[in-house]
Design a protein around this ligand. Structure first.
Ligand SMILES: [Zn+2]
Length: 155
């Protein structure tokens, strides 16, 4: 395993173990398998892709989804739901990236993350009355390159 991924894994495992104790859950080998595989994806992954990869290990879709939402509750993962396609759920490691700016093309459902520290700094610096900002999850809607083709006029 890569060094950074290893860091994510050990950090995530510690959070998971803490959560299991706090909520009096039992340890399951499936959850560990999901966590291990998730960690090989670096900063993030799509839930459906992880399901496909875990099929060969006989871990059901329901188990994967339940485990991922448990990890989100435990503060390990951050759930990025594509608002135009509820089936495409992206998860990212909280430890890796706290702020998220996503661009969405509602026409084709394409979703991408943009890394823009200046935009994050600008939003975080913005004073909101009676509110303290913690993290950003921003969606920007528009048209992707593919969907931006000029509409041909009918003759
Ligand atoms: Zn598009």
């Amino acid at each position: 395993m890569h060094t950074i991924e290893n860091d994510i894994y050990s950090h995530s495992l510690a959070l998971y173990e803490q959560y299991v104790v706090q909520h009096r859950l039992r340890h399951t080998p499936e959850r560990i398998a999901v966590l291990e595989l998730a960690c090989t994806h670096g900063s993030g992954f799509f839930a459906d892709e992880l399901c496909k990869e875990l099929q060969s290990r006989f871990i059901s879709k329901a188990t994967v989804y339940n485990t991922l939402s448990l990890f989100a509750e435990a503060g390990i993962l951050f759930c990025l739901r594509n608002q135009t396609d509820s089936k495409r759920i992206r998860y990212e490691f909280v430890a890796e990236n706290k702020h998220h700016i996503q661009i969405i093309c509602p026409q084709c459902g394409r979703l991408a993350e943009i890394k823009d520290q200046m935009m994050i700094d600008a939003v975080m610096a913005k004073a909101i009355p009676n509110f303290v900002s913690d993290h950003i999850s921003l969606y920007i809607y528009g048209h992707c390159k593919k969907c931006r083709r000029p509409i041909k006029k009918k003759k």
